[in-house]
Design a protein around this ligand. Structure first.
Ligand code: NOJ
Length: 565
């Protein structure tokens, strides 16, 4: 396809690396680097395969740094790339201070870090703190005898009786959370798979060893960690049975309230200590924080802002695509006082393209979602491929499932393979991810939804992401402005201002399948103007001005404009 000169100019403009301010640790107004940064999660197995074994690797990521830079990414969070038997695809770490050969070497990590730094991109690693692999040398020692050095580094208990585990706790991946080890005649505890024994965080030696792991990586240039499964670090010392709830879960176990093995207050002591080490290294801590409401999220920041700088708002991923629902949630987050961390996808949940999509307008809806979470106050974390409208490619036969919990729970739980498929780089076989056989198949939609094809189309999902990210990095109101909700009774259109001194950006999102008309009266916000200067719209043709007294919106469309006093 030949590009029209105007569109070619746009593509070239967007491709050139922008001189973003994110490389400075703190700006003149005291914002930390991570408050102005855009984070991007990479599942290394699926990003880019440099050696043709069908599995992505660190050199593959290195080869895509220019893409990431031009997209507007300031920090990449790489899910676990440490040595691992890969039972839980890296979330079962057998050595915290090395790289799994499938992903490369420490030297490859070093060059990735160096090349990323050159481009102003920081590296965040995934720290699996709740458990190790059962192949970690600590656990091998621990299970070797009741008097082993590291026996107390894990949770070992006698059963209640013959073939009776110590209590009724259920693993979140199915079955009892206790596994009997015949060698020493005791059970060990694992909140996840049996191959992921829980560390005993009440043991100071474990605590110190884990703090040292973070220091080890900080010395190698890591800018922070995403902390895995922070809620499950501690268990009730008396091992009280959890209350049993009515019904059976996806794995055939009785449902339980995880009252005595999750969210114990001691978690916060660990977060404070990890934060002290992070602060000594100018690093950021991101948390895998699943919460039922905004009030539950607040304590993760710490009473004196001395825990996680970035606890993820994973509630966002559970909201229905609806203007009033998002409006209510954003208002609650904004009022709570913490720095918001918005996320719409990750490697554990169905891709945003399918989750929010209605099956008919998914592309337009993906653009609305991009324009929403990338223009809010706070720090967004993207998930690789979301910027393309990558969709889930779920297995249809049990024998194809790679994620063990998908085999265990089939067909109620089909596992997480569908949201972990290879990044779609172009329309060649396997979407250009590998010259070999990819570890997971790409969906048929890779033919249209891939980097190369979308770069050529100015109205693609990718180009909307790129344009919003340019605005987000350059526009003062989008960087630092307040959030002001507008037209709060509108059931279809979500509108808000990001207001900074005499400037503001107005964001208008039609979240319905019908055309809508909206009117804004911004006098009470101190803006007398009746028009906005268009920064971005997904409507065709793109007008240079938007009328605030009468704005007509296409179904699932976006209008973003600048106004001033
Ligand atoms: C959360 C991770 O995101 C998930 O992928 C993993 O299976 C569990 N923690 C266990 O580490």
């Amino acid at each position: 396809m030949l590009l029209k000169p105007r569109f070619l100019a746009l593509v070239i403009l967007l491709w050139f690396p922008l001189a973003y301010s994110q490389s400075k640790p703190v700006d003149a107004e005291g914002h930390q680097w991570w408050q102005h940064a855009v984070f991007y999660e990479i599942y290394p197995r699926s990003y880019a395969d440099s050696n043709g074994d069908g599995i992505g690797d660190l050199n593959g990521i290195s080869s895509k740094l220019d893409y990431l830079k031009s997209l507007g990414v300031d920090a990449i969070w790489i899910t676990p790339c440490f040595p691992s038997p890969q039972v839980d695809f890296g979330y079962d770490v057998s050595d915290y201070e090395n790289i799994d050969p499938v992903y490369g070497t420490l030297a490859d990590f070093g060059s990735l870090e160096k090349n990323a730094k050159k481009r102003g991109i920081r590296i965040i690693l995934d720290f699996v703190i709740n458990h190790t692999s059962d192949q970690h040398k600590w656990f091998i020692n621990s299970r070797s005898s009741r008097t082993a050095d590291k026996r107390d580094w894990y949770i070992w208990r006698d059963g209640k009786g013959p073939e009776q585990p110590p209590n009724n706790w259920i693993s979140t991946f199915g079955g009892s959370a206790w596994t009997f080890d015949s060698k020493t005649g005791q059970y060990y505890y694992h909140y996840f798979y049996p191959q992921q024994p829980d560390l005993n965080w009440r043991n100071p030696a474990v605590h110190n060893a884990m703090m040292d792991v973070t220091r080890w990586w900080y010395k190698r240039g890591v800018a922070g960690f995403r902390l895995d499964a922070v809620d499950t670090l501690f268990e009730d010392p008396d091992l009280r049975d959890n209350p049993v709830l009515p019904g059976i879960n996806k794995y055939g176990d009785p449902k339980e309230e995880d009252k005595y093995n999750t969210k114990l207050p001691e978690v916060h002591d660990v977060l404070r200590d990890l934060r002290k080490v992070a602060d000594q290294n100018g690093a950021v801590l991101i948390g895998e924080t699943w919460t039922k409401d905004v009030a539950e999220l607040k304590p993760y920041y710490g009473e004196h802002s001395n825990e996680l700088q970035m606890p993820m708002d994973l509630m966002f991923t559970e909201l229905k695509f609806s203007a009033p629902i998002f409006r209510q949630h954003i208002a609650a987050v904004d009022a709570s006082g913490g720095w918001p961390v918005y996320v719409i996808s990750n490697h554990d949940i169905v891709r945003s393209y399918n989750r929010y999509g209605d099956g008919q307008h998914n592309d337009a809806m993906a653009k609305v979602m991009a324009s929403l979470y990338l223009t809010l106050r706070g720090t967004p974390i993207m998930y690789y491929g979301e910027e393309l409208g990558m969709e889930n490619n779920d297995p249809v036969r049990k024998e194809d499932v790679k994620d063990p919990k998908g085999r265990l729970g089939w067909p109620q739980d089909i596992g997480r393979d569908g949201e972990r498929t290879p990044m779609q780089w172009n329309d060649s076989p396997n979407a250009g991810f590998t010259p070999g056989l990819p570890w997971l198949p790409v969906p048929a939609s890779y033919k249209t939804h891939n980097v190369e094809t979308e770069l050529k189309d100015p109205s693609s999902i990718l180009n909307v992401y790129r344009r919003v990210l340019v605005l987000r990095h350059q526009n003062r109101a989008l960087l630092d402005g307040d959030y002001v909700a507008l037209n709060e009774n509108d059931a279809n259109v979500l509108s808000y201002l990001r207001r900074y001194k005499n400037e503001a950006v107005i964001v208008v999102l039609n979240m319905s399948a019908q055309p809508q008309e909206v009117t804004f009266d911004l006098a009470s916000q101190g803006f007398a103007t009746k028009t906005a200067r268009t920064l971005l719209t997904t409507m065709n043709p793109e007008s240079t001005e938007g009328s605030l007294s009468h704005m007509a919106l296409d179904p699932f469309s976006v209008y973003i404009g600048a106004i001033s006093k």
